[in-house]
Ligand binder design. Structure first.
Ligand SMILES: Nc1nc2c(ncn2[C@@H]2O[C@H](COP(=O)(O)OP(=O)(O)OP(=O)(O)O)[C@@H](O)[C@H]2O)c(=O)[nH]1
Length: 328
């Protein structure tokens, strides 16, 4: 049974998609460009919402598929943040595989997953996935995943998009299915999950509500929906998790503190750029975190697309009353 006052969150995803950036941003409110990325880190963090404090343990994974730690992480975690880069189609397919593994390993009612499209500041370089593949047509899941990866690897334009993305000079990608609409990997991933017989729906991009300026100020002052405490004490973790890194140190001041060799990514400031965030709620529904009567409606762990914040939001039960959040 899930302990509601403690949540174990695993941050997973393909290589270099920004798992550490997102995690450290959450813990410190800062964006830091470079991290030691070759090891896993476990952080402890407390969040208070409606006078209830929840302890959040966050495992920032790295290369766990290669290290053989994935099954251990799946057993350990109660919530999963699956990160991909919006300009890397391969990372999208990796995310899809990971979501399938989470779904296979966990009873749907007992874990929350959040799919997060990172690097949206490189939105102009989005790499749209193969739509037939993401809609789940034609082949069994494993074959679809393999075919998609193969297709993505073999496709020169995709490679070119990634190269151009890295150089940051690609023009907006148009969605072939919708004239004038920009392709959205996040929307497509929603379709993947939808196709997986889940009954939720994903709000179109841009529909996630923004907090009004006053509410944003209140939130910044800690009077809003949640408050962060004791950011980022690193804990000892399991055998395959590192216990030392020169980039991350024990103690609240150590995590995310700027190092002489840590530099901001070109063009980025302390504000981490936006994300796509699609929540796979414990009941199997899908939604973005959204506000109802000024409250975040679903209890999710991850990025609030409206505030670009990342945390534990809302109560255990959803208050939005929408079908995709209704309990089964
Ligand atoms: N432009 C941009 N770059 C980002 C963003 N997030 C992360 N990066 C960059 O992406 C690179 C990888 O970031 P990390 O956080 O180390 O990625 P990771 O997924 O933890 O990497 P591994 O653990 O090695 O798989 C770094 O150079 C970051 O500066 C983002 O939102 N926008």
């Amino acid at each position: 049974m899930t302990n509601l006052n403690r949540i174990r969150v695993v941050v997973m995803g393909g290589a270099r998609v920004g798992k550490s950036a997102v995690t450290v941003r959450y813990l410190t409110k800062r964006y830091i460009g470079e991290y030691s990325s070759s090891t896993d880190f476990l952080y402890r963090h407390c969040v208070t919402f409606d006078s209830v404090t929840t302890e959040v343990e966050i495992l920032d994974t790295s290369k766990c598929a290669a290290m053989g730690c994935l099954d251990e992480h799946l057993r350990w975690g109660e919530a999963f943040v699956v990160v991909y880069s919006v300009c890397d189609a391969l990372s999208f397919h990796d995310a899809r595989d990971l979501l399938e593994k989470v779904a296979a390993a966990k009873l749907p009612g007992y874990c929350t997953t959040l799919l997060l499209g990172n690097k949206r500041d490189l939105d102009h370089s989005r790499a749209p996935p193969d739509r037939d593949v993401v809609r789940g047509r034609g082949a069994p899941a494993a074959a679809r995943g393999a075919a998609a990866r193969q297709a993505a690897r073999g496709r020169r334009p995709a490679q070119q998009r990634r190269d151009q993305c890295a150089r940051g000079r690609r023009r907006p990608q148009r969605d072939p299915d919708g004239p004038g609409r920009q392709a959205s990997a996040g929307r497509a991933v929603g379709e993947v999950l939808d196709a997986g017989a889940r009954r939720g729906r994903v709000l179109p991009r841009g529909q996630a509500p923004r907090l009004p300026p006053r509410a944003r100020r209140r939130r910044a002052l800690g009077e809003g929906a949640h408050r962060h405490q004791g950011a980022g004490r690193r804990l000892h973790a399991g055998d395959c998790r590192a216990r030392h890194s020169h980039h991350h140190e024990e103690g609240p001041a150590g995590v995310g503190a700027r190092r002489p060799h840590a530099h901001h990514h070109h063009g980025l400031d302390d504000e981490l750029r936006g994300h796509d965030a699609v929540v796979h709620a414990p009941d199997g529904g899908l939604c973005r975190p959204h506000l109802v009567d000024g409250h975040l409606a679903c209890r999710v762990v991850g990025v609030d697309a409206s505030t670009r914040d990342f945390g534990v939001y809302g109560n255990a039960e959803c208050r939005c009353g929408r079908n995709h959040c209704a309990s089964s």
